[in-house]
Design a protein around this ligand. Structure first.
Ligand SMILES: *Cc1c(COP(=O)(O)O)cnc(C)c1O
Length: 392
């Protein structure tokens, strides 16, 4: 019974953070997207627009809901869906558009919302990178019909895997509630135990200088069924896993309560580190982000990761892991992770050239609370020594 109280408390705190809406707690971000799409009852086989610069679990959730992903390229100045390209999309048979606030950078929402409103197409926000980023029109997550967030290890805050669905429309929230009550189950004690063990292990062993190697070990353990991973082999091949429709486990809710209690501090830290990278990258010869002011307010954005374009990405990643410098690689391919059979998810090679170029060149720098000024500076010195700035 206590679990129910914690769940309600966690959901209420998230609703308060966003100033409204209705929150459901689920097992993963992708599952939150799936639940939201199902509850919308869109016509079977209709198309859902999304950026070709995302995780494969996003188009797979679209497909599980009986819909078809259709990819739109990104604008390289902010790595988000390029609204100018919407005009070229044949609007018939498009039932929804998913916008993703990549790295925590808000999307250019005004033209997207206008395009969607003119066609009465609902907008869905992928806030898996953006908890607390503010777009010109308001907080990311509050601008569309619903938003989904991830509590996976590398997200704005972690529930040790986990997903949050924020619904901004009362009628849709009612349908989501009925869907979850009817088709979703709570994880059993075994899964809860595994997740709890992983949350503890993660807290003990993952540090910026070990992150690369631990990630490799985690993938290995997952493959052999010794840990609960982000995606199973079946899922990578586009098959819906049998334990997909789960709600958030109790240990995840408890972790979430601890995280949401310090969300302000989390955001403040990410803002400071983002601003530090912004200032110092230019000084060491790399192009800093240049986000059009019409997209974001004047405040520093609490980025999840700071993207940097380099001409020698594979070498940078290899040496970073060897030297224990935490540098990320999202996205390696338009539908992360590398090795995804993208044609299974309706992505044709060359469909999103800007995204493909970004996949070849972008590495990303962490902003989480393990990144002290000294560590950030060490990362910058590493880049200066090893990375070659990409030609603009
Ligand atoms: C991580 C991520 C997801 C999926 O989140 P899960 O909790 O792993 O399902 C979706 N979209 C983006 C942009 C992500 O980074």
């Amino acid at each position: 019974m206590k679990h129910r109280l914690w769940e309600r408390e966690f959901a209420r705190l998230i609703e308060a953070f966003f100033g409204g809406g209705s929150v459901s707690l689920l097992s993963k971000g992708r599952v939150a997207l799936y639940a939201g799409l199902r509850a919308m009852s869109l016509p079977a086989g209709s198309k859902v627009l999304l950026p070709g610069y995302t995780c494969m679990v996003v188009p797979s959730a679209v497909q599980y809901a009986g819909l078809e992903p259709l990819y739109v390229d990104v604008d390289p100045s902010h790595y988000n869906l390029d609204p100018a390209l919407l005009a070229q999309v044949p609007a018939q048979n498009v039932a929804a558009v998913i916008v993703q606030h990549t790295y925590g950078i808000p999307c250019d929402m005004a033209p997207i919302l206008a395009w969607a409103a003119a066609r009465q197409i609902p907008v869905i926000e992928d806030c898996c990178h953006a908890f607390g980023s503010r777009a010109a029109g308001g907080l990311c997550g509050t601008l569309g019909a619903f938003a989904f967030m991830s509590g996976q290890w590398n997200k704005p805050f972690s529930t040790g895997l986990g997903g949050i669905l924020l619904v901004n429309d009362a009628a849709l929230a009612g349908r989501v509630g009925r869907l979850i009550a009817g088709e979703f189950a709570a994880p059993g004690w075994m899964r809860n135990l595994f997740l709890q063990a992983q949350i503890l292990a993660y807290g003990l062993v993952v540090r910026p200088h070990t992150a690369g190697r631990i990630t490799r070990l985690y993938r290995f353990l997952t493959r052999w069924g010794l840990a609960i991973g982000s995606s199973s082999q079946a899922e990578l091949a586009g098959i819906m896993p049998e334990n997909y429709c789960l709600t958030m486990a109790r240990c995840q809710v408890r972790k979430g309560l601890r995280e949401i209690a310090r969300i302000e501090e989390n955001q403040r830290h990410r803002r400071l580190v983002s601003a530090l990278y912004q200032r110092r990258l230019a000084e060491i010869g790399f192009a800093p982000l240049s986000i059009p002011p019409s997209i974001a307010g004047e405040d520093a954005i609490p980025l999840l990761r700071y993207p940097v374009r380099v001409a020698n990405k594979p070498e940078v990643l290899r040496k970073a892991e060897r030297e224990g410098v935490e540098i990320g690689s999202w996205f390696e391919v338009p539908l992360h992770p590398a090795g995804t059979r993208m044609e299974d998810f309706g992505y044709r090679d060359g469909a999103c050239p800007q995204a493909e170029a970004a996949c070849r060149e972008v590495v990303n720098l962490p902003t989480h609370r393990g990144i002290t000024n000294r560590r950030a500076e060490r990362t910058l010195q590493f880049l200066k020594r090893v990375a070659v700035p990409a030609a603009l």
